[in-house]
Design a protein around this ligand. Sequence first.
Ligand code: ZN
Length: 500
Amino acid sequence: MSHYDSLLEKVRELDDLNKAAALLSWDREVNMPRGGAAERIAQMTTLSSLIHRMSTSDEFGGLIEDAAAELDGAAYDSNEASLIRLLRRNYADARKLPDEFVARSSAVSGQAREAWVQARTASDFAIFRPWLEQVVGLCQEMAELYGYEDEKYDALLDKYELGMKTAEVRAIFSDLKAELVPLREAIDRSPVKIDDSLLHQPYDVERQKAFARTVAEAIGYDFNRGHLGTVIHPFATSLSRNDARITTRWYPDFLCPSLFGTLHECGHAMYEQGTAAELARTPLARGTSLGIHESQSRMMENIVGRSRGFWHAHFPALQALFPEALGGHTAEAFYRAINKTQPSFIRVEADELTYNFHIILRFELEQAMLNGDLAVADLPAAWNEKMRELLGVTPPDDSQGCLQDVHWSRPGFGYFPTYALGNLYAAQFFETATAADPAILAELAEGRTTALLAWLRENIHRHGRKFTPGELVRRVTGQPLGHAAFMRYATAKFGELYEL
Ligand code: ZN
């Protein structure tokens, strides 16, 4: 047996354990009775400490290095060399965080989350403040443990968007801001006002479920290798390329969360369904980064799912399911309603265009807190100031301001920017795809995505995690990530809608 085969055997064992942990976690959100919580936490803790022990052991490190020596000279884009690169990185990272730090960080996060719930309910930042100070401290500590060359934030960003530098994101976001703020202001001044009240009417939940399945299938989500569950906070989880699950929530009086949430999670799951079969049971069989993952979900949710062609094709079926709500409306009115854009306070309710401002704001504030340029006590004022600068509105209270997201109850700085990077990657990929294959737009005008999905499979999905996001975007589009494709897309779409 070669060293590489021995390594592969261990990697597959570890992957099986990771998937068992993922299943416990999926089950907790979707099926578990509330009474099962305490034992479930114990089960998940046992499994994760077993995984941590195995994946940081000297033995595992030795297996990686023996296999690496044996494979010396393997082509960079071969599965073998790609797996070794990924394992080396993960192994080094996992050994950088001492057990004591991991335990302390998880204890603080648990308590900070409780405090955040109370603070948000009472809209009282003072309750959360001491916990956020601890979380910022943990982020600073973590940055030092991981290490960095240029700036602290790099160490954290790298865990979500491998290889990307803070300076690069800062430059892209600053270009984006310079063009997006004037576009947003032009829309505010436009005499065109879009009425989206048709979306806020009674919509029977069972029929919403039926339609969610219809649109999921229409964009190419494979239910033979998928599953749709109901949860409070939707997510996608994959146990293998043949079992990539999505979840959705249902509102009886608002159509958008289930509809666009389903399309979004399908985008994530279809990425996982598209990874090459030969990568199975290794950590390569996953989307390569949060930002690239988000590009797939945003493409399906927004570029496809909020396009005119898609709804001219699928609106009649939706109308037939909801004759009372939609009988008197046209596909065009529906298309306009789902693309209404306006500044709002809450990130998760923001539209496709203004969403990016919510992320730029968090990215800037995270850096300021991490670098010690902004004291946690001054966060609410700094938040409101940036809301005025970017969106032209001031939150009426902190629960609709700096207390709205759960993210800052754990040391996860660096995560937020991936949401907006996803929008930018999506536009850049889509532009490349439609230039390469004109059938993509022709099909989309008829509500179909076969050609688009084939292109995504070939150029992005099948590679799994073989390439870093920076490598992938250059391979696929010939250029590094930028803001220009997104601005071309947004200017054309919203310029037409708002007659700019
Ligand atoms: Zn997502």
